[in-house]
Write a protein that binds this ligand. Structure first.
Ligand code: GLN
Length: 184
């Protein structure tokens, strides 16, 4: 729809997946997994509503479509968006509450090394850009934290991050997601 999808396509293809851009509900047909990229969550949900993708996508994810979300994508998935636009609609399938731009505005973008559950080797370079702040986590499992807040969670076949692995050249999280999607 919108946002940093080209970088995800590159990272997924390098991780051995075949990719397809999803813009309509027909594009969901036959997918093993979907990535909801970073960008502008309000624009994304508005476009998804307009094109009729919102409900079919919610159904597909609720029925177990493997889903990898970064930043704005995580906002789109969240059960609750604190301080969102008054009419901000989302998918509401991931049991977390997030605050949009919770770390501040663009100038407050930052990088931090993260320990991510299930990743071996060195810490993961967390690139945060106008990132949402996870205010509370319900039934999702926290798989990485920064400064006392969850920055990566997993719930069933959903993996959602506040940072941008597609901008780092570190493919470990994309590879793990390709494995998760293939194990359907
Ligand atoms: N602040 C953006 C939003 O609310 C997310 C930023 C990002 O995806 N890098 O959608």
């Amino acid at each position: 729809m919108q946002g940093a999808f080209a970088e995800h396509v590159r990272a997924l293809e390098k991780s051995g997946a075949h990719t397809r851009l999803v813009r309509t509900s027909e594009d969901l047909e036959g997918l093993d997994g979907i990535v909801l990229p970073g960008g502008e969550s309000t624009t994304m949900t508005m476009l998804m509503e307009r094109t009729g993708l919102l409900e079919p996508l919610r159904d597909a994810i609720a029925h177990g479509l493997a889903t990898f979300a970064t930043c704005a994508g995580t906002i789109v998935l969240a059960r609750e968006v604190v301080d969102g636009m008054a009419d901000q609609k989302g998918l509401g399938v991931l049991d977390i509450a997030v605050r949009r731009n919770g770390y501040g505005r663009q100038v407050d973008s930052f990088e931090a090394p993260l320990d991510v559950v299930g990743l071996s080797g060195k810490s993961f370079p967390g690139v945060f850009i106008r990132s949402p702040l996870v205010e509370s986590v319900g039934s999702a499992e926290v798989i990485a934290q920064y400064d006392g807040h969850a920055v990566a969670v997993r719930q069933g076949r959903i993996v959602a991050l506040c940072f941008h692995p597609e901008l780092t050249g570190d493919l470990r999280l994309h590879r793990e997601f390709v494995k998760l999607a293939a194990a359907s």
